[in-house]
Design a protein around this ligand. Sequence first.
Ligand code: MSP
Length: 512
Amino acid sequence: MVDNASFYVTTPIYYVNDRPHIGHAYTSLACDIIARFKRLDGHDVFFLTGTDEHGQKIAQSAAQNGVDPQTFTDHVSKTFRDLASALDFSHDDFIRTTEQRHKSVCQLLWKELEARGHIYLDTYSGWYCVSDEAYYDENELIKQPDGSFQTALGKSVEWLEEENYFFRLSAFETKLLDLYERQPDFVMPKSRLNEVRSFVSSGLKDIAISRTTFDWGVPVPGNERHVMYVWLDALTNYVSALGVPNSENPHYAKFWPASLHVVGKDILRFHAVYWPAFLLGADWPLPERVFAHGWWTNEGQKISKSLGNAIDPLELVQTYGLDQTRYFMMREVPFGNDGDFSRSAMETRMNSDLANAYGNLAQRVLSMIFKNCNGLLPDMSPLNETDTALLNQINNLLPSVRVQINNQEFHKSLEEIWRGISAANSYVDDQAPWALKKNDPDRMAVVLAVLHEVVRKITLLLQPFMPSTTGKLLDSLSVDQAHRDFSYWEHKVLSGTVIEKPQGLFPRYEAR
Ligand code: MSP
């Protein structure tokens, strides 16, 4: 059953100190697929992405580049917008934390927290990692032979002693544990919920939420010597993009609370502990789910700045094609797990899954209809048991994929769709329409009509994953533009419709 409920999905907002790499593309791609699927399934979708532009790290990067932070962030933020269009992301809005609409909601949140007694002034002395924009306890750090400390991921930390405002995070321990109990899919996958729960139950300390040693941030209302801590500022983007948070604002009323925040595992704590605590503190409703995905390595190696081995998503698109790249990222690794990017795995998927299995199926079916049926789609009757079995298998894909997408199990959807493709290819081989052409042209016509219907349904389902190629294939199948959402799932193309000579859509990868 399809309901028109609104659906709000967000990516993290990306730091503008670096060029976009595969990690950024991956989080956004997952959100794009969900957003596209939900739109096709009749939901009113709001898909948000953007850039995180304040804080010490960005201020330092701007200084290193010899420009003021605003000029710097304007420039780098644009590279993230360019990535989004190069990867065909279908976001509805792109928020920048340097925008006024964002800053005013941050200040509103601050005032709400202050008015409820959750903020106090004190002095922080402890470790800070600029790269993570995070405070660390010494017991979370690793002592180096020279006596300095590093985070578990090898990032350097500095000692801070500063007057800061603090948020009473410690007061939210029980409320957070209740939340995880009441809403066990608030954090997914499950293993991540366990990590978060054990972090919270081991005791929460209050956190510093302002800084005074630089000024690149949102001013603290009432004390402009302080700027807000960049994570409090950044997390608020999920609300500020909807405008003023009150029920008179229709956009906010429609989309808040968010249905899903997709994040990488490294930033789960901010989203599953700090963010709900801030919202609980302000009495603002909580999002429904935070999903944390894993990390990519590059040919077995951790991706790091010092190794200089970041994977450029634009280079992948150029080398392998856009939809091939999108398919690979979602198919190769179960969403939620870590995974390895390797050129050979990419090339194998491109050739075996796309060119040989799916591309070849579509190409064979369409060219046989074009050649053997005068380019007119035949009638799909009478059907025998074999036909019905294949049609049923394909028909069941929509309800399964719907459940899998709701659980962020993209790889399972693709696996199941590919089982359908391989069943369809076996059906072509068993029915051998080329042989029927001579002996039983009526039966050949039915077989080709069944296959047309099978490819139509598979292609409808693959639209969120590979929007451009599936669009072209649906054109070749003569599926009307207006009949491509899932309310037209059962809407076969009429027999007698013209089928043009097909074009090959999934080239094999040949090393150049
Ligand atoms: N600005 C913060 C997020 C604020 S959200 C309120 C931030 N930005 S980021 O640019 O550093 O990270 C963006 C995303 O990229 C994170 O979800 C992170 O997990 C992801 N990735 C970074 N490297 C990655 C891989 N090697 N593999 C997969 N994703 C990775 O954090």
